[in-house]
Design a protein around this ligand. Sequence first.
Ligand SMILES: Cc1ncc(COP(=O)(O)O)c(C=O)c1O
Length: 341
Amino acid sequence: MNEALMRPAVVSRISDLIGYTPLLELCRTGNGSRLLLKLEMYNPTGSAKIRMARQMVLDAEARGELRPGGRIVESTSGNTGLGLAVIAAERGYAFTAVVDHHACADKLRGMTALGTELVHVVDDGTEELATAAREELAEEMARGQDNTVFTEQHNNPANAVGYHPVAHELHQALDGRVDILLGAVGTGGALCGTTRELRRLVPGVRTVGVEPKGSIAFGGPAHPYHQSGTGTPEGATIGALVDFGLIDEGVKVGDVEAFATARAVARTGLLIGGSAGGVVYEALTRLPSLPPGTTMVALVNDGGEKYLDTVFDDAWMRARDLIDPAVEREIDETLAKLREN
Ligand SMILES: Cc1ncc(COP(=O)(O)O)c(C=O)c1O
């Protein structure tokens, strides 16, 4: 085993606990194809995003834009904010997160506990994402301020670079045997960053990007959606890190299917988030028709604990007409059948 990819037994910084996340085989087919989940909720803050948060801060320091006593500003729906909150606290920076009413309350409470200043964009009373308004405000707050950096996750190459270690972790853990990689696409950092590095190590790997129905990166009609932290809502610009040259296929999964999958996976004992539900739904759909012995890896960006008041709350789901018993039954049956092998 490559020593470089083993975490020391004792570490002295929270950020030293980033990475080395486990792989779980969720299910397999009779012909030896399998679906592995890369469980990114095992990072500090319970999500993948702390990988890129650290990288963006290190990059700003290296460029001399962030110096001791500086301030970080970011527009975030939660997971990036939690990651930046930890890194800012660890490295002695102030952090201002521009958030909207769509963010999950626990993520906001977590940021506050870590010392973050929260600035809310104006609530227009709807459930639509306010990504564009958030970004404008974050940029405005940092403009012209000395030793203040708007990390601009949608356009920051360090976001994607932060995921290069995921490729090395997969390559090492699977001995290079990874055929298909699926992941949610929001800023594009996680999937495209991982893919860019993985292609150097495993040139033939196929990549499937998943976004919510209603999101605009892979075309189709735009409409509001409830999958949190992922996709590109109408009115927002597709991020510079969404590299279509690195994504072999871009697909869309609806909220009903994504959330039904997260709920079905929960009944196997594992809580995954709503965007991961969409990724796993797509993976389960493909698994039965793959060539024998295919290894498919799905990136699980965060855990379901963050969505107990939404995806896992029947009343919240019903109020938004997000439960379709026929879809739930079908996913439960597919999963149960594939888990028998
Ligand atoms: C829960 C969740 N899913 C998916 C994504 C999308 O990842 P990326 O922005 O790297 O494309 C994010 C990013 O914030 C997220 O928090």
